[in-house]
Design a protein around this ligand. Structure first.
Ligand SMILES: NC(=O)c1ccc[n+]([C@@H]2O[C@H](COP(=O)([O-])OP(=O)(O)OC[C@H]3O[C@@H](n4cnc5c(N)ncnc54)[C@H](O)[C@@H]3O)[C@@H](O)[C@H]2O)c1
Length: 461
């Protein structure tokens, strides 16, 4: 046990933020900004697919210095015009295109292409852009087929161009801090034995489209879509995507693999079209994984529900014998818990690796000497009905790193830094391939109604 010391309160912590700033600045993933400052030549970029996510990426990329959009491509004039106008507003004279092949053949000056089309087009668009000599940032899930994902990795290898996949949590400073400083360096969780994760989302209506903005069916067919309904709701159809497990679970199960530095050996899943009448893909699904790690087996569960928002939104929860990390892209679902049997964590708070214990979530804050120093006492939780044997073991702490940018910006910055300066990609094709293999197995296991095993070679393209 380390010598007891006075923990910082949340207020102390904020007051000491300058110190923390120095610490965070020293972290390797933040230091990349310095590399970018060393070389900030203009990068010429095109966006293919300017729907919901394409617009999010555009807005994030527009905040990054010296990125010039030269072309914007979307088969839907409604979306294409939106992107074109947005770029014009920010002083980018981007030429609009319906067909991505024209983008690639008309713009030799392009350094990179950002792809945010539906999943079934990722492989075709990415391979073509790489073969045209462009670096590629492509959205997740890499592809809706293992073969599609494999072709992307092979094309990147063959062309020696960069391929980054849009699992943006890997560039989020809070996730990087949690993995590198809390889990790996300080080992505050001890031996990780279990993971649970979830994304619970309330019932949503199918997407429609504004009156007069439909695309003719012959044109849709030319681009692989059956009709306007499937074009707008491609996520729910088997020929275009992998359903909610690939849409939402992809982010979080990617974090399982990334945090553990391991791939699973077994997947067992259950799911179905339990609720929606117009969908092909499973609307609710639950998966179990077994991960072999150097410290032993980690058992993981993951649940995606699209018929209820009950149960606390979306998070990944890593549980060990000394502590637990609940982390989410939404900071309000993020928390760190220390088991009573674990050595004191105060020294880590002093170093700025974690922040002071809070009351709440059924975890009575330990009685500490901060009151003697005139700091206001934290309120005790009103959990009189909670069995103390269940709750007293854990004290709650905070992760003192926040993201002060749009959630996709650091991942795009990492990509552009890699193009300019050779900074390692946070989500290169090879490791995103392992995630795609992991995710796609869930749907296979549901269909087969049995556990499926992975061979180690399955994760290599
Ligand atoms: N990283 C994240 O957090 C995140 C969030 C949402 C979506 N995504 C991913 O982004 C991608 C797009 O999702 P979305 O929500 O924006 O879907 P969307 O339907 O809103 O947008 C897709 C766009 O692609 C266009 N398109 C379709 N086929 C095309 C083609 N052949 N050529 C050019 N344009 C084409 C469509 O017209 C549409 O505008 C998906 O892969 C999705 O998984 C990632």
């Amino acid at each position: 046990m380390s010598a007891p010391s006075t923990p910082l309160t949340r207020r102390d912590f904020l007051a000491n933020s300058a110190k923390l700033g120095a610490f965070v600045a020293a972290a390797p993933y933040i230091a990349r900004g310095a590399d970018a400052a060393a070389k900030t030549d203009q990068l010429n970029v095109a966006l293919i697919g300017c729907g919901e996510q394409g617009a999010v990426l555009l807005n994030a990329a527009l905040k990054i210095p010296n990125i010039r959009f030269k072309a914007i491509c979307d088969i839907w004039p409604y979306r294409r015009t939106y992107g074109e106008r947005l770029l014009k507003k920010f002083g980018h004279d981007a030429k609009p295109y319906e067909d991505y092949r024209e983008v690639l053949s008309s713009h030799p000056e392009l350094d990179a292409v950002i792809i945010a089309t539906p999943d079934f087009k990722h492989s075709e668009h990415t391979v073509a852009a790489l073969k045209a000599g462009k670096h590629v940032y492509c959205e997740k899930l890499m592809s809706n087929t293992v073969e599609g994902a494999r072709a992307m990795v092979l094309a990147a290898r063959e062309t020696k161009k960069l391929l980054q996949l849009g699992h943006q949590r890997r560039s989020n400073p809070r996730y990087l801090h949690a993995r590198d400083k809390i889990v790996r360096d300080a080992k505050l969780l001890g031996r990780v034995t279990n993971i649970s994760g979830q994304w619970h989302r309330a019932v949503t209506d199918d997407f429609g489209f504004p009156v007069g903005q439909g695309i003719a069916e012959a044109k849709l067919n030319q681009y692989g879509f059956a009709n306007m309904h499937e074009f707008r709701n491609w996520r729910w159809f088997k020929r275009y995507a992998g359903g909610p497990m690939s849409d939402l679970g992809a982010h979080q199960i990617d974090v399982y693999n990334w945090m553990l530095g391991a791939n699973p050996r077994l997947c067992l899943a259950s799911g179905g079209v339990d609720y929606y009448k117009t969908h092909e893909w499973y609307d609710n699904a639950i998966a179990v994984f077994e991960y072999p790690t150097q410290e032993g087996i980690v058992r993981a569960t993951y649940e995606v529900l699209t018929t209820t928002s009950a149960g606390g939104g979306y998070h990944e929860y890593f549980m060990g014998d000394l502590g637990a990390l609940k982390i989410s892209e939404n900071p309000k679902y993020t928390k760190l818990y220390r088991e009573a049997r674990a050595p004191e964590w105060d020294e880590f708070a002093k170093k700025g690796i974690i922040a002071s214990p809070l009351s709440g979530e059924g975890a009575p804050a330990p009685v500490k000497p901060w009151e003697k120093q005139g700091v206001k006492k934290l309120a005790a939780p009103s959990n009189a009905t909670v069995d103390v044997r269940e709750t007293a073991a854990l004290s709650a702490w905070e992760i003192p790193v926040t993201l002060d940018k749009a959630i996709h910006q650091p991942h795009l910055e990492n990509f552009f830094d890699a193009v300019r300066n050779g900074t390692p990609l946070n989500c290169p094709g090879e490791s995103a391939f392992a995630t795609a293999v992991t995710i796609l197995k869930i749907n296979e296991s549901i269909a087969a109604q049995k556990a499926l095993t992975f061979a180690p070679g399955d994760f290599t393209a």
